[in-house]
Design a protein around this ligand. Structure first.
Ligand code: GLU
Length: 310
């Protein structure tokens, strides 16, 4: 078991990184996200023994955005098994921006390179069991309720419809994937499920608890129940290392060395075996799409407490 931080230290560190809250831009390509306040910062650590320490605006909920890709992948693996999922989506990092389209043309038969870029994540959403988008999203929410033990978690209709109305690139990706039989059924319905999935709202405490569950080999910390099979939890954490921080994943692995996934709302989820889950929220993003404050804070934590898995 690694050494624990105190709440006081966490509060002090959050104040140390506060000056960076404006060193970046809040995402605005999804119009509803532009309303986020760059100074709404929060951090939470969930230890494997069930203790949770946090600082900042802990009760503020934010949308998961790309962080949802990890959770959706876990559910798609449970629903369909590894062979089916990786028959349609690859396992290789890209080094390209998350919504890039051009590599889809470079492989025959066409296959998104991994489940953390949008093309792969759209295909994964399409694989989640459920006849209607609401059924798929309902199952994803139930999965999150189980992981967080909070049944009130839902999605933001405002953010979901704001993205749905403006998601021209994701629509293009989906039509391409449909043409090449990577996805089945209605494009609009898959986009509906995906935008609702990305708009699931929770706070840093919830997110750090999910990180701890992944760190605990997929088992609930309190009941010991296996919510995600160990092997699938490991697959998800491996993708977090190789492609979780967009096209900055390599530098992040070297500087920080923690399986992590960020989203354009400014959230970052981290999971460290033998330690627990980490979640940071800071809406201002760098040019790659990662939370500026989130990166700084996780790097400080990792260096100070020797959290690198390498
Ligand atoms: N819903 C967002 C999109 O597909 C998620 C992007 C992200 O967080 O990286 O554009």
């Amino acid at each position: 078991m690694r050494k624990k931080l105190t709440k006081e230290i966490l509060e002090e560190w959050l104040e140390n990184v506060r000056p960076f809250a404006y060193d970046g831009q809040v995402a605005d390509y999804i119009p509803a996200l532009s309303k986020q306040d760059p100074e709404d910062l929060a951090v939470s650590i969930y230890y494997l023994d069930g203790e949770c320490i946090h600082a900042g605006k802990v009760e503020n909920c934010f949308t998961l955005q790309s962080i949802s890709k990890v959770i959706a992948l876990a559910l798609a693996l449970i629903d369909n098994g590894e062979d089916y999922v990786f028959g349609r989506v690859g396992m290789e990092p890209t080094g390209d921006p998350f919504h890039s389209i051009y590599r889809l043309e470079q492989h025959r038969p066409s296959k998104p390179l991994n489940p953390m870029i949008n093309a792969g994540a759209l295909a994964v959403s399409n694989m989640i069991r459920g006849v209607t988008p609401d059924e798929k999203v309902g199952r994803l929410l139930s999965f999150i309720h189980e992981m967080t033990d909070d049944h009130s978690i839902s999605f933001s209709r405002e953010v979901a419809s704001s993205e749905f109305e403006t998601a021209f690139l994701n629509r293009s990706l989906l039509y391409y994937l449909k043409q090449h039989k990577v996805v089945t059924g209605s494009v609009e319905e898959t986009l509906d499920a995906y935008t609702k999935q990305c708009s699931i709202e929770l706070n840093v405490r919830h997110l750090s608890k999910i990180g701890a569950l992944f760190a605990n080999e997929g088992k609930d910390l309190h009941s010991g129940r296996q919510i995600i099979p160990k092997h699938f939890a490991r697959i998800c954490k491996t993708f977090m290392v190789t492609c979780g921080m967009y096209d900055a994943s390599g530098a992040f692995a070297i500087k920080v060395g923690i399986p992590a996934k960020s989203g354009v709302s400014g959230g970052v989820l981290g999971s460290v075996n033998g330690f627990g889950g980490i979640a940071v929220y800071g809406p201002a993003l760098d040019t790659k799409g990662n939370s500026v404050v989130g990166l700084k804070l996780i790097e400080m934590l990792s260096n100070r407490y020797d959290l690198s898995i390498f």
